[in-house]
Design a protein around this ligand. Structure first.
Ligand code: SF4
Length: 235
């Protein structure tokens, strides 16, 4: 892994904007190789453990790369099992971030089932804040966002500027379709969350995720019945 120099925020933004243009048509592996060559250990991959495609790609581009997982305390057991399997079989370093409060502590302060009453606050406490703190030591982070997942993700750049966090945001499979993901999983035997074989198209916290119906887009099972479509991590 290249030893990367530290960059100022202005330099990071310029790097992101230039790379977004230069790498728009590049394969995912090339995008990840650019990220690891540019940022070295100040680059991390985030994974929801819906599948391990980006973690697998990153392990090829940068063996031993940090893979950050947010354990909200509300995950399905299958998701925790996928994380443990990734840590066991892939050449990556899995880092689990947790919220400041356990679910019981949050219930005591805000009342039970905050996710039903104020999911934005629940996500802010259990996802947005812990990720913000967990990414402090990195200049760039990678996500598995894809343009075809939902209209809110249709303009995702392969490399962009995360102004809120002051970091470079890399989405190496932004241009991939579900078929591309399925082909990569089949070709490389990549770990996937068992719930994907059980009617779930997108896997998040258990209270806020349901199976999708025929014809629904992949993220329709997230916060179903509520106006909310994103957790706030990608705003
Ligand atoms: S997805 Fe649901 S349970 Fe998970 S942090 Fe957000 S509101 Fe809370």
């Amino acid at each position: 892994m290249t030893t990367a120099q530290r960059h100022t925020a202005d330099e990071l933004r310029a790097l992101a904007e230039q790379a977004g243009r230069d790498l728009e048509d590049a394969p995912a592996l090339e995008i990840l190789r650019w990220a690891t060559a540019t940022f070295g250990p100040r680059f991390a991959v985030t994974s929801s453990m819906e599948d391990a495609v980006v973690a697998h790609l990153a392990s090829r581009a940068a063996p031993g790369v940090d893979v950050v997982f947010l354990d909200t305390g509300y995950h399905f057991p299958e998701t925790i099992g996928t994380r443990d399997a990734v840590a066991a079989v892939m050449d990556v370093r899995v880092i689990t971030l947790t919220p400041r409060q356990s679910v019981a502590e949050q219930d005591a302060e805000y009342g039970p089932k905050l996710h039903d009453r104020d999911p934005d606050l629940c996500c802010a406490l259990r996802k947005v804040k812990p990720l913000e703190e967990g990414l402090t030591g990195y200049d760039a982070w990678a996500t598995g966002l894809r343009r075809d997942e939902s209209p809110t993700r249709a303009n995702t750049p392969v490399v962009g500027w995360d102004a809120r966090r002051g970091k470079v945001k890399v989405s190496p499979i932004a241009r991939w379709t579900q078929d591309d993901v399925d082909s990569y999983v089949a070709e490389h035997g990549v770990l996937t969350n068992p719930l994907l074989m059980d009617g779930y198209a997108s896997v998040g916290c258990a209270p806020c995720t349901r199976r999708v119906l025929e014809g629904e887009d992949a993220r329709a099972g997230r916060w179903a019945g509520q106006a909310k479509t994103e957790c706030g991590l990608h705003g």
